[in-house]
Design a protein around this ligand. Structure first.
Ligand code: HEM
Length: 229
């Protein structure tokens, strides 16, 4: 087991840093952060390629990845545990819990990304990093608005809708009933870049919850199951 552990590279700590700079078109950002630069230089481009295609086919794939990261990170940290299928030893994994089943989607997309990444660099990129990269790419692609139409764009429109009373839920309208949250709505709606900046920082913070480092964790062969060897 120790020998196995010694082979494991765990990498998630870097994913959050990558989230921070992922929206820059700069070709230099992987070099600045560079976690996979030596181990798998193509990794992030491979993820991005799959995400761009998936979002162009259905922008909902982007939303799915953003929510996937949230649902993974809020239960025992960002460890890709939400991806695990049931087994006889673990018949009711997170995936089957009410917050996830049946509404969490995108598991096949994660499989497709993992397959593409494994084809490029077998056994190098963790499933948790794949989720973080996919969510980062989704945020960037959807906020850029390229190839997506307005309802699918990730922007501050929601807050403008709260101000114009064109929101769906009682909980949306309730944001205007306290001075503190009303102020946030007004700032998010009216100050260009204000919400975007906070969203990015929040995603980076979220992607850092209990990340595994050093010899913790493992690089799964298949994101749906832990490796037995
Ligand atoms: C405790 C706080 C939250 C609650 C109670 C909540 C609840 C929900 C619910 C009920 C849905 C609809 C699911 C369905 O299709 O039936 C949803 C969708 C979604 N949530 Fe949340 N959410 C929360 C926080 C968040 C956060 C922090 C994020 C982003 C980081 C997020 C991102 C999303 C996205 C992107 C969708 C749409 C997913 C898709 O289209 O597949 N949510 N959420």
């Amino acid at each position: 087991m120790a020998a196995v552990a010694a082979k494991l590279h765990v990498l998630m700590a870097c994913a959050l840093l990558l989230l921070a700079v992922g929206c820059q078109a700069s070709p230099f950002w992987p070099l600045q952060i560079g976690f996979y630069h030596d181990k798998c230089p193509q990794a992030e481009a491979v993820v991005k390629g799959v995400m761009e295609k998936a979002i162009s086919q259905n922008p909902g794939n982007g939303a799915a990845m953003i929510r996937m990261l949230f649902h993974d990170c809020f239960v025992e940290g960002c460890d890709a545990s939400v991806l695990l299928d049931p087994t006889p030893f673990s018949p009711t994994p997170e995936k089957l819990s009410p917050p996830n089943d049946p509404s969490l989607r995108g598991f096949e997309l994660i499989d497709a990304i993992k397959d593409a990444v494994e084809a490029a660099c077998p056994g190098v990129v963790s499933c948790a990093d794949i989720v973080a990269f996919a969510a980062r790419d989704a945020s960037c692609i959807l906020s850029r608005g390229k190839d997506v139409v307005t309802p699918n764009k990730l922007d501050r429109q929601y807050y403008k809708n709260v101000l114009s009373h064109t929101v769906l839920f009682t909980s949306d309208a309730a944001l205007m009933t306290s001075a503190e949250t009303a102020r946030m709505v007004v700032d998010n709606a009216n100050i260009p870049g204000w919400w975007e900046d906070r969203f990015e920082k929040a995603m980076v913070k979220m992607a850092g919850i209990e990340v595994k480092t050093g010899y913790q964790g493992q690089i799964r062969k298949n994101c749906r199951a832990i490796n037995y060897y």
